[in-house]
Design a protein around this ligand. Structure first.
Ligand SMILES: [Fe+2]
Length: 194
């Protein structure tokens, strides 16, 4: 856990809900003096209260902990605007269709920014029957490897996971306009427009 709810966040969210300290206190079964202490940094809510506190403030626990209220702007759910998150500790790959806060292994993950493929992360695509044979020209050692490749179009996501000492090759149907995105554990996310 790298962040915890703070007094200013509680105050801001309470005021946004037009609640007094006493009203918030009543909702979560504490005294108004306790809420006042939290808001003035003279104490912190016990972890067992976070779920109720978040509910009373109309926010999720993870948003409460990070002090940010997430409004999802991607209403059309255009997959091309989707985001990938990768945990640097366990390698977990997470894909989201809109804005969110993601925590894994106790840390908050930033959405990955893709850069255009470079010479050290080159990709080749060959037509094979009605599919495409894709190769990422990159080492696959335990220390430096490609962990996944994904083909993203406006309405579809195909993702293939790779592992160290394997081959960063796969067959995919590249239908429609989109991006091939692939992730190097050392150099980050790359993409190539298709
Ligand atoms: Fe790399």
């Amino acid at each position: 856990m790298d962040t915890y709810v703070t007094g200013p966040v509680i105050r801001k969210l309470r005021e946004a809900q037009h609640m007094t300290q006493a009203e918030l206190a009543e909702k979560i079964g504490v005294s108004s003096k306790t809420v006042s202490k939290w808001e003035t940094a003279k104490g912190l809510p016990d972890i067992s209260l976070l779920q109720q506190l978040a509910q009373a403030l109309g926010i999720s626990v993870i948003e409460l902990m990070n002090g940010q209220h997430i409004t999802n702007q991607n209403i059309s759910a255009n997959m091309l605007r989707c985001k990938f998150y990768v945990c640097p500790i366990c390698g977990n790959v997470i894909h989201c269709t809109g804005s969110t806060l993601i925590s894994c292994c106790g840390i908050t993950l930033p959405p990955l920014e893709a850069e255009e493929a470079d010479d050290d992360h080159a990709i080749s695509i060959e037509n094979v029957e009605d599919e495409h044979f894709i190769t990422v020209h990159h080492p696959m050692t335990k220390q430096h490897f490609i962990s996944f490749i994904a083909f993203v179009t406006s309405d579809r996501l195909q993702i293939v996971k790779f592992y160290p000492e394997g081959n960063p090759q796969t067959r995919l149907q590249l239908r429609g306009m989109g991006y091939l995105c692939y992730y190097c554990n050392r150099h980050g996310l790359f993409r190539k427009k298709i």
